[in-house]
Design a protein around this ligand. Sequence first.
Ligand code: ATP
Length: 312
Amino acid sequence: MRVPPSAEVTVRSPAKINLALSVGPPRPDGFHPVATVYQAVALYDDVTAVVRDDDATISVEVAGDFAADVPADATNLAVRAAQLLQAEYDVEEGVALTIRKTIPVAGGMAGGSTDAAATLVACNRLWGLQLSQTELQHLAGELGSDVPFCLVGHTALGRGRGEQVTEVMSRGTFHWVFAIAEGGLSTPAVYGELDRLRPLRRVEAPQVRPELLSALLSGRADALAVALSNDLQAAALSLRPELGDTLQFGLDQGALAAQISGSGPTCLFLAADSRSAVDLAVELAESGLCRMVRQAEGPVPGARVLPATVNR
Ligand code: ATP
């Protein structure tokens, strides 16, 4: 299907948090097997794709809160996603991508992965490829462990490297507050620190505790609070001990639970309701313990086209 040159598509894609992240011993290929429960939260990046039918170039511009921290070249995960589609389906057109970032970079919230997911959805529409969700999921898994989840969103169990996702039933809405730290943490460095911290311990195969799944089914924040877990937390705190003060501060201010998000350094807090979330966000913002504070509800859907901007 030929797409008019002026066609553009904007896709909105969420950040993720890990409600549980259980990490097994490293595999021979260097990856760690995980059992994780992801939740998509209402912090979004928007990726706009504009067709270039004069040549097959893929370009990217980055705007928004964290633009300076994101590469605007071929190492950008959004560019890699467009390149993968182009190569797999012999696409002759190019695309100009613009990413509007509001998700912290290298913050353990899958910002790059969600941009890749958004780009798959946008270019699928822009280039008229008509790939199914299953085909997109497969390509997403080649791009990164968290990319398949960013496509589907909501709440899901992730196995393998995290790329094998199945939906998890969850009731209601949870209220989260995020303390975004100065600087990022490299995901491979955090996994390396985990291996350093537990080299002699017999590490069990990763698994998700049934209490977490029951808490999600119940929709009760107090039940979820005691079921959260993250094997990477000790490693992230070992690399950035000051994050412990941020977690404790949130608990002292009434958060039901506090945890490092994924590989960190973002700290996440579960609040009892939206009002408590606002109060906690204000206290954290005034504490001087972090670079900025965000509030978001979850779960929300994965990468989706914004209808008002399609073929505008
Ligand atoms: P995860 O939670 O999946 O481990 P993260 O949230 O910790 O990821 P990202 O925000 O995805 O980390 O960024 C990791 C690195 O990827 C950054 O340091 C950045 O240089 C690079 N990167 C490449 N493309 C992007 C992108 N589109 N957005 C953000 N970072 C990107």
